[in-house]
Design a protein around this ligand. Structure first.
Ligand code: IVH
Length: 674
């Protein structure tokens, strides 16, 4: 039984979270900071965990952590999802609209911006979001509910009472900055780029794993309701106001125009103004305002006769490519960038455009001095569409990728199957921020307190120029950083010290060697046992290990051939960072943990604390309840207590629950193979 107080608290948390979601994601005017929001969310999740009967369809917890699906279910639309007829200039627009109006009657038109995304249908039952689908072929779409739940601007409950089933239609899109960030990350990784935010949104909404959609940050605008007259809505303008009142995200730029001159004026005004918006609009949708006209005008097989899309022409300009520079990204990717004669394009002056990689330059035959046509992908990322080879006068110079990193001078490498040349030096200043953050992250050296902010401060201040510098940091240096007190500085120092004894696989994964994540690192450690043996490994032999292969072997070879990397490894070793795998001391399963003492703190998920302690004992280890210098490992579950602080202050290695089982399993696994 859930007490009334808990129920009340739960309902109020749900309401507050929904209100702050709307303030943040729809109205763009947050009232609270992230940590206060996270606190509310944590409290709500905690209540749901303790009282599973509370969980309801409008709970914000539905937005997090859905499971990957095997495929999407088909959904038959209750009413077909129509497309729109396109017009490409003002005279076509005028003739479409005057044909619809007819010679005698006249009625107002609503102009809306055409959002460049993909159409979705959303179903609310008694005001609660129950599911949604893509347009598909107009009659049958796909059920993408779990991905729609990750769209934070989609309200799970409407703000007004709407009894029964309501079908709302709108557009899921990706904002320009999310699109740019996504492509930037893909370029770094060498993944193919999305051509525009619409493709990116479509690709994300059709991901089977909702976590991918959540990461990509999709947005929503709604603009239609099925059978509006049944809700007493008689015009498109009333409909948009009603949707907004219901708490649904409506694009605000719409206008009610009383005649075609006003429509034309709207179209002309937004031709340039649209570039200042945070999302891409590729045109204007003009709709008859009175709903009664919709029935009168009817539709063709694919589009209504009461609405039309005016499409703006794509923005392209010609300019001169003056030079090609190399920019080095956070993962060492060397990207050629065209330096252009400045040109006004889609709302800003363009001076640079990525040329992506060497192959792309060859494919387009781009030369220094060429006249090139440029456009902006997603109105934001300038790119070269083509070269005007007719305009050449013979002075144009073909481009050669430099063989060295322009930042640190290291010899660049190009791995098999990759399009990018990369700087292999992990201490290259261009890579250090990301390198350090990754090294300290949970799956790697797990240095608590060393997140993105602190990593960039340590690099920015010049205290860390190389991963090994981390182990020479002084407390005074850390205190001198922004927002760092003596307590957090000393915790950080202990956490750094504590990381020296992490398993070799954690170090190997932490070095950020291309293609060498945790899984591969474990395979390598299992096979070679020490950093030195791995360094000396024969590339061919490496490549033939199952699960490793030639691409990884080439990447390791490039890493170990770089003098800077070898220096870093030597220094890490001098500081006592573990470079060899700890082998079990005894040979029977019952003694694998002998000599080791474990302390458990916080709540464990996979088994109770006493079961975990029993496991330790059954493997010959000791499980005690207090942390001391003799403790080998502290295993911290959810909401750990002061034992964790003590472990950190004593520099005792801390494992999370998964880490503990991984260790136990890997010890048992090693044992079996020996
Ligand atoms: S109304 C029957 N309004 O454009 C009316 N569509 O080219 C159907 N779109 O399939 C749509 N913004 O995906 C409407 N403000 C807007 C829109 C919009 C974008 C999309 C929608 C539609 C496509 C037609």
């Amino acid at each position: 039984m859930v007490s009334r107080d808990i129920l009340r608290r739960y309902e109020s948390l749900k309401k507050e979270i929904a209100r702050h979601d709307r303030l943040y994601y729809v109205l763009d005017s947050p009232e609270i900071d992230d940590s206060s929001y996270d606190r509310m969310m944590r409290e709500l999740l905690e209540l749901e965990r303790e009282h599973p009967t509370l969980v309801s369809d409008d709970s914000p917890s539905r937005r997090v952590g859905g499971r990957p699906l095997d495929g999407f279910l088909k959904v038959v639309h209750s009413h077909p999802m129509l497309s729109l007829d396109d017009v490409f200039d003002v005279s076509e627009l005028r003739s479409f609209l005057s044909r619809a109006t007819g010679p005698v009657s006249s009625f107002p038109w609503v102009c809306e911006l055409k959002i460049d995304g993909l159409a979705v249908s959303l179903i609310y039952e008694d005001g609660v979001f129950v599911g949604g689908a893509t347009r598909g072929d107009g009659s049958v779409g796909e059920d993408v509910t779990s991905n729609l739940l990750t769209v934070r601007s989609l309200p799970l409950r409407l703000n007004i009472d709407v009894p029964g089933r309501l079908e709302v239609r709108g557009e899921v899109y990706m904002a320009k900055n999310s699109f740019a960030r996504l492509n930037e990350r893909r370029e770094e990784k060498g993944d193919p780029l999305f051509a525009n935010p619409r493709n990116a949104a479509a690709g994300s909404l059709r991901q089977l794993d909702p976590r991918v959609a959540a990461e990509r940050r999709l947005d929503l605008f709604v603009y239609a309701v099925v059978s509006p007259e049944e809700r007493g809505i008689n015009s498109q303008s009333d409909l948009l106001s009603w949707l907004k009142k219901a708490g649904l995200p409506v694009q605000d730029a719409w206008e009610l125009c009383s005649d075609l001159d006003e429509v034309e004026e709207f179209v002309a005004r937004w031709q340039e103004e649209r570039f200042s918006l945070s999302y891409v609009t590729d045109g204007v949708v003009v709709k008859a305002d009175p709903v009664e006209q919709w029935g009168r005008l009817g539709r063709t097989a694919r589009a209504p006769r009461w609405a039309v899309a005016y499409k703006y022409p794509p923005e392209e300009k010609t300019t001169v490519l003056k030079e090609i520079e190399i920019s080095v990204g956070r993962t060492g990717a060397m990207t050629p960038v065209a330096i252009l004669e400045p040109v006004q394009l889609a709302g800003s002056v363009v001076r640079r455009a990525s040329l992506h990689n060497e192959d792309e330059i060859r494919r387009k035959d781009v030369r220094i001095g060429d006249r090139v046509k440029v456009r902006k992908a997603g109105e934001i990322i300038p790119e070269i569409v083509s070269v005007d080879s007719e305009a050449r006068n013979g002075t144009e110079i073909p481009f050669e990728m430099p063989r060295n990193c322009p930042i640190c001078g290291s010899e660049a490498v190009r791995l098999p199957d990759e399009s990018a040349w990369r700087c292999p030096n992990k201490s290259c200043p261009a890579q250090m921020n990301e390198e350090l953050r990754h090294f300290a992250s949970r799956g790697c050296m797990d240095i608590r307190g060393l997140g993105e902010r602190v990593a960039s401060q340590l690099v920015g201040s010049g205290f860390v120029r190389d991963l090994a510098d981390l182990y020479e940091l002084k407390e005074e240096q850390i205190i001198s950083l922004d927002r760092m007190g003596p307590k957090s500085a000393s915790n950080l120092i202990s956490a750094i010290r504590g990381s020296k004894d992490r398993p070799l696989a954690a170090l190997l994964a932490g070095l950020g060697i291309r293609h060498v994540g945790k899984g591969v690192a474990e395979l390598l450690v299992e096979r070679y046992g020490s950093m030195e043996a791995l360094r000396r490994a024969d590339p061919e032999e490496l490549g033939s290990i199952e699960g490793v292969g030639p691409a990884i072997a080439a990447s390791l070879e490039a890493f170990f051939s770089d003098d800077g990397n070898i220096r870093t490894l030597d220094r890490l070793m001098d500081h006592g960072v573990r470079m060899e795998e700890r082998r079990p001391e005894t040979s029977s399963d019952g003694k694998l943990l002998s000599g080791m003492t474990f302390v458990f703190t916080g709540e464990l998920k996979r088994a109770s604390r006493s079961e975990a302690q029993k496991l330790v004992k059954s493997m010959g280890g000791k499980a005690t309840s207090s942390v001391s210098g003799k403790t080998s490992y502290v295993v911290a579950g959810e909401s750990p207590g002061s034992k964790l602080d003590k472990a950190v202050s004593l520099g005792i290695p801390v494992l999370d629950e998964d880490g503990f089982y991984e260790m136990v399993e890997s010890l048992a696994g090693n044992e079996k193979e020996e």
